[in-house]
Ligand binder design. Structure first.
Ligand code: DO4
Ligand code: MG
Length: 276
């Protein structure tokens, strides 16, 4: 089943039927056993016609958004290349192989961009890319409760200049988007699930690539366990799991580009690029 957020309420799709909940979104998604709870409540939800999903909100309540890095080989290779002049060539290599993953804070909930909204590239950067990332919804107890699409917008020029600039490359207004809805299911996500990134400029596709989730180096639970090792999340949190798709070095996003991130079973997160 998939859940979408419209204002404070939830819209749910299950086996082709649509429902609306009166329960507040934040209360609904922060507790463990989301799938079992949703199934148990379904008969109490109001059955509705196919809803208008053009104007939905980011499927987040009061959760922090975190991100993982260098979890795919492609990401490791690209970062090593971009930071070699800054002497950073080898620690991306090391984090890829280390027990401890790279984890960083990405966004407070109130800054997350909704489907259809504007994600930003920075004016002080001339090399910017979207990062299409499978994003986990995790409960306060550290259990993986759902999956959505995430965009970890990144400045490669700032990150490549000096690795200590990572937070400026990654965290700024309009740098995080998630959605459109959350896939909630009993079983773990199929490792053959495909993530696709499409970038459209002036009506033309200027970049398109896909990758299977199976290419990730680490398990999702391993990432979650490290994140929860010394941090608590009273409302749970979202965790972007890293990118396996990076456009070629000569590519940079431009204002007005359209970014589409599709993940099997979840849907397509569409955002437009603005300048900040
Ligand atoms: O270390 C830089 C960031 C890595 C990242 O965001 C990714 O691999 O997705
Ligand atoms: Mg990333």
């Amino acid at each position: 089943m998939r859940i979408f957020r419209k204002g404070a309420l939830a819209i749910l799709e299950h086996e082709g039927q649509w429902y609306q909940s009166k329960q507040l979104w934040n209360d609904l998604i922060r507790q463990p056993n989301l799938y079992q709870r949703l199934k148990a409540q379904l008969s109490l939800w109001q059955s509705i016609d196919f809803p208008d999903l053009t104007d939905i909100d980011a499927p987040i309540g009061e959760q922090e958004v975190w991100a993982s890095g260098v979890t795919y080989l492609r990401s490791k290779a690209a970062r090593m290349e971009e930071s070699k002049d800054a002497g950073g060539g080898d620690f991306y290599d090391r984090v890829y192989d280390a027990d401890r993953p790279e984890l960083f804070f990405k966004s407070p909930y109130y800054k997350v961009v909704a489907p259809g909204g504007t994600v930003n590239i920075r004016r002080d950067s001339d090399w910017n890319v979207p990062e299409p990332e499978l994003t986990l919804l995790i409960s306060q107890a550290g259990t993986i409760e759902g999956y959505t699409c995430g965009n970890d917008m990144s400045s490669r020029s700032i990150e490549g200049e000096n690795p200590l600039y990572l937070t400026q490359a990654k965290v700024y207004d309009g740098s995080a988007a998630i959605g459109p809805g959350i896939l909630v299911q009993e079983e773990a996500l199929d490792r053959n699930t495909e993530i696709q990134l499409t970038i459209i400029r002036g009506g033309d596709i200027v970049f398109q690539e896909s990758i299977k989730v199976a290419q990730i180096k680490r398990s999702f639970q391993e990432l979650v366990d490290y994140l929860y090792l010394a941090s608590s999340f009273k409302n749970g949190c979202f965790l972007m799991t890293g990118t396996g798709i990076i456009p070629p070095d000569e590519f940079t996003l431009l204002e007005h580009d359209e970014v589409q991130i599709s993940i099997d079973g979840i849907g397509t997160l569409i955002n437009y690029v603005g300048l900040r």
